[in-house]
Design a protein around this ligand. Structure first.
Ligand SMILES: *[C@@H]1O[C@H](CO)[C@@H](O)[C@H](O)[C@H]1NC(C)=O
Ligand SMILES: *[C@@H]1O[C@H](CO)[C@@H](O)[C@H](O)[C@H]1NC(C)=O
Ligand SMILES: *[C@@H]1O[C@H](CO)[C@@H](O)[C@H](O)[C@H]1NC(C)=O
Ligand SMILES: *[C@@H]1O[C@H](CO)[C@@H](O)[C@H](O)[C@H]1NC(C)=O
Ligand SMILES: *[C@@H]1O[C@H](CO)[C@@H](O)[C@H](O)[C@H]1NC(C)=O
Length: 308
């Protein structure tokens, strides 16, 4: 009798899905950051399913070919935890690393608390408005503390603020709940100087003819943050209306947008702007700096259908 109970209990434990808590997700993002710091993709593979889907700037590849094989010294990291969808988003700024990066990574977990999907936007010199020093500077002036329980917005309100922003891209009548103050930090350039105490998000202007595609959300109610991965058409002027890999992270307070952080990947250095407009050219680079292999142009990968 005891024997049968023990068998029943252990098979129940095996079938029941592990709880997706903030603590669990925090531990997982800590492991992700440790793996990236070390440049040890296998450390991350250990907490992922064996057939984990990994993409970098929307190109599918093996973790062993990824940026995770490169040790990166980070100046800043911030993670948000979605315990409902069991997913995370992490922002990394590496401004004092020999090769500067700003990276945005979302991870999804399965019922066994293993990573089932990792999508990363890895930006460096030549990507949209890229300036890791600027990203680090403007970020250091911001406050992203947890929001007291009684002041937290619902998941729906937080997500709706981010959705309104992108719905406005194709419909000028959509009212985006920009707060006062509000600022947007993209690549390393901030709208804040347009109005340091007011709403510089409206002042910066928005498109009105673009349909963004494939929105993927991570929502953290305690932090008042939604991150949206999406396809951004027209961002790279050399690519027509092809959608570019993009992440926008919105900090929402009392239903209003306080900060927006973007990470956007270009196909051509400077996003086809010929040095005119947001993407900045960096003129002097440390001797040891090496360009990251532009995977979108890896013709061998293309012949293989993009996968490794
Ligand atoms: C990975 O393997 C699991 C279990 O065999 C399967 O359910 C899942 O669909 C696979 N995922 C991919 C992306 O192939
Ligand atoms: C990530 O940021 C936290 C502080 O927010 C810091 O304690 C931790 O050391 C950072 N991790 C890495 C790998 O830099
Ligand atoms: C990058 O940002 C830093 C800090 O805001 C600024 O001093 C620098 O001029 C910026 N670089 C470029 C190329 O815009
Ligand atoms: C544009 O947005 C307004 C305000 O939300 C809405 O009433 C209208 O139906 C939208 N138009 C289209 C074509 O979606
Ligand atoms: C800055 O924002 C405040 C509050 O939104 C507004 O009252 C003020 O007119 C703005 N200043 C400028 C120069 O746009």
């Amino acid at each position: 009798m005891h024997f049968h109970n023990a068998v029943a209990a252990s098979s129940f434990a095996a079938l029941a899905s592990a709880a997706c808590t903030r603590e669990f997700l925090q531990t997982a993002t800590d492991q992700y950051l440790a793996a990236q710091t070390k440049g040890s993709s296998s450390d991350l593979a250990e907490i992922a399913v064996s057939n984990v889907t990994y993409t970098e700037n929307e190109v599918k590849m093996g973790l062993d070919r990824s940026v995770l094989t490169e040790p990166i010294k980070m100046d800043h990291n911030r993670s948000i935890f979605d315990t409902v969808q069991c997913a995370t988003f992490t922002e990394i700024i590496a401004a004092t690393n020999i090769h500067q990066y700003v990276i945005g990574t979302r991870m999804e977990f399965n019922a066994d608390n293993k990573i089932s999907k990792i999508e990363s936007i890895v930006t460096d010199r030549g990507d949209w408005a890229f300036n890791a020093t600027g990203y680090s500077y403007w970020n250091s002036l911001e406050t992203w503390d947890p929001i007291p329980a009684e002041e937290q917005d619902s998941r729906e309100v937080i997500q709706a603020a981010g959705d309104a922003y992108f719905d406005r891209f194709k419909n000028e009548s959509v009212v985006v709940p920009f707060g006062i103050p509000c600022s947007r930090l993209e690549g390393g350039a901030s709208t804040a100087p347009l109005n340091m105490t007011g709403d510089s998000c409206t002042a910066a202007g928005l498109p009105s003819t673009l349909v963004v595609t494939n929105r993927r959300y991570v929502v953290d109610q305690e932090m008042g943050v939604v991150d949206i991965f999406l396809g951004f058409p027209g961002l790279d002027r050399s690519q027509g209306m092809d959608t570019m890999p993009d992440s926008h992270m919105f900090r929402v307070e009392g239903g209003d947008i306080r900060y927006i952080h973007t990470v956007s990947s270009c196909v051509q250095a400077g996003c086809g702007m010929n040095g005119v407009g947001p993407p900045q050219k960096v003129r002097s680079l440390p001797a040891a700096w090496k360009p990251r292999i532009p995977v979108r142009y890896d013709t061998a990968a293309k012949r293989r259908g993009g996968g490794y």
